[in-house]
Design a protein around this ligand. Structure first.
Ligand SMILES: Cc1cc2nc3c(=O)[nH]c(=O)nc-3n(C[C@H](O)[C@H](O)[C@H](O)COP(=O)(O)OP(=O)(O)OC[C@H]3O[C@@H](n4cnc5c(N)ncnc54)[C@H](O)[C@@H]3O)c2cc1C
Length: 430
């Protein structure tokens, strides 16, 4: 049995941002796979908790919450193949320094490293990079407990017909207990920031600008004639040397470290071209600066990369309406992949991210209008962030939805791992 069962009436806690109270009636914190299997067998309804950084109800349940916070070990490092196997509760902030110490690195990271790898992959969490897929594309194999309590393993090599459906699983396939990730030799990255990029340069040179480094992010409030900040993360010793550049497509170099939303740059990864380990440059937030939740919330939408300029122009026209609620917006690019429930399935996309000030009623009002602005571009919402879109619209944007449903039903015929979010956005007829 689980070694720690924290009972709670109808309130077991909130997500990280604090905008959502979970409805679980119990939290189980197993220490071993056997204990986790027993929890699954004993539960009628169950969802796993990662680090609770999702902004919507994807992790919620009216049944049992299973926390894998005791599953944080590195299981093995295969230097020859270039893969690491980890327990599923481990966070990028645990794994990345470990890999660095052993001469390896992950290909890419999200803006913050304090999230669990299993939670990030379940929702297709991503960073930026023309040649870089979302973080789930790093998964080469996975082990999970299915609804009967049986351990199942799937791998990219051995299960090519089902593995692409299992990685971005919305937490509905089972309890992921182990993940094997592709890794690569350690590399350094330096970060240069340019300020006030003219919007018309973006319209004319979007692909060129987003290809100007290993990973590029744009920060803007969609008002005025410029993009506030361009963050270019370059592999040290590769690509164009940005040192001493007086201008970048009309933008000027920052002369000191900056923060994307005007906060304290001490809470951001180091800039000004100072090289550092990739894990300390690819995220915007360093491991040492754990962000304090401030009640802000996030939404993000993916559109086809060829629509980037047109979608940006539409957002500009919406900038004044959005401004009172917006903390900052970020534009990133993500490469195409073959993961069925990834927003980038079969197509490279541009991701428009929005961080909103802590005023949920206002954000709730704003989201449908924002989605209407992006609607001509068939936006796909981030699985872990807020959206107002009708479930029918979301479902229609996933070509492999039927195959995903079949996969879930195979491993979970009674819907033990489903919740309201999954029922709405995957199963229910509209
Ligand atoms: C400050 C901040 C910055 C962010 N930056 C980015 C960013 O740069 N890019 C981006 O794409 N997103 C970003 N996000 C969104 C967030 O990282 C993702 O949504 C991610 O899913 C959060 O991971 P988590 O471990 O907190 O997952 P949780 O919210 O705990 O869970 C997410 C889902 O995964 C499931 N799950 C978790 N672990 C398991 C498991 N072991 N087995 C089965 N199911 C499991 C849960 O049931 C749930 O359905 C950010 C969020 C915050 C708060």
């Amino acid at each position: 049995m689980a070694t720690n069962v924290a009972d709670a009436s109808n309130r077991t806690g909130t997500n990280w941002a604090g905008n959502l109270t979970y409805h679980a009636n119990a939290v189980q914190v197993p220490a071993t796979r056997e204990e986790a299997q027993a929890c699954v067998r004993a539960s009628e309804r169950l969802r796993v908790l990662g680090s609770c950084h999702c902004f919507n109800d994807i992790a919620d349940t009216t049944g049992t919450h299973l926390s894998l916070e005791r599953f944080r070990r590195v299981v093995s490092l295969d230097r020859a193949v270039g893969q690491v196997t980890v327990e599923a509760g481990i966070r990028y902030s645990d794994l990345a320094p470990y890999l660095h110490e052993h001469g390896f690195a992950l290909q890419n990271l999200a803006s913050l490293p304090h999230i669990t790898i299993a939670g990030a992959c379940a929702t297709a969490t991503h960073g930026s990079g023309v040649g870089l897929g979302n973080l789930a594309t790093q998964v080469a194999a996975m082990e999970f407990i299915d609804a009967s309590g049986t351990l199942v393993t799937l791998s990219r090599t051995n299960d090519p017909d089902t593995f692409p459906g299992a990685v971005v699983n919305l937490g509905a396939l089972g309890v992921v207990t182990r993940l094997t990730l592709d890794i690569q030799p350690d590399f350094n990255v330096s970060q240069h920031v340019f300020l006030d990029l003219p919007m018309n340069a973006l319209d004319a040179h979007f692909d060129e600008i987003m290809s100007s480094g290993y990973s590029v992010s744009l920060f803007t409030d969609w008002r005025g004639d410029t993009i506030d900040q361009v963050w270019i993360k370059s592999v040290t010793g590769a690509g164009p040397d940005l040192f001493g550049r007086k201008a970048f497509h009309g933008a000027r170099p920052a002369t000191r470290n900056v923060h994307p939303a005007g906060g304290d740059p001490a809470n951001c990864t180091r800039q000004m071209g100072v090289p550092g380990s990739s894990y300390d440059r690819l995220p915007h937030l360093p491991i040492g600066a754990i962000p304090a939740p401030g009640g802000d919330s996030q939404a993000e939408y993916f559109v086809a990369r060829e629509d980037a300029a047109a979608a940006g122009a539409a957002l500009r026209a919406f900038g004044d309406r959005m401004a009172p609620h917006l903390m900052q917006s970020e534009v990133r690019v993500v490469a195409a992949d073959d993961l069925w429930m990834s927003p980038c399935y079969g197509e490279p996309r541009v991701a428009f991210h929005f961080s909103f000030k802590p005023d949920w009623p206002a954000v709730k009002n704003l989201l449908p209008a924002l989605e209407a602005v992006l609607e001509p571009f068939d936006p796909i919402p981030h699985w872990g962030k807020l959206f107002a879109m009708q479930p029918g619209t979301v479902k229609a944007r996933y070509k492999k939805l039927d195959a995903f449903r079949d996969l879930l039903e195979k491993h979970d015929p009674t819907g033990k791992f489903r919740n309201s979010f999954v029922n709405r956005n995957v199963f229910e007829a509209d």
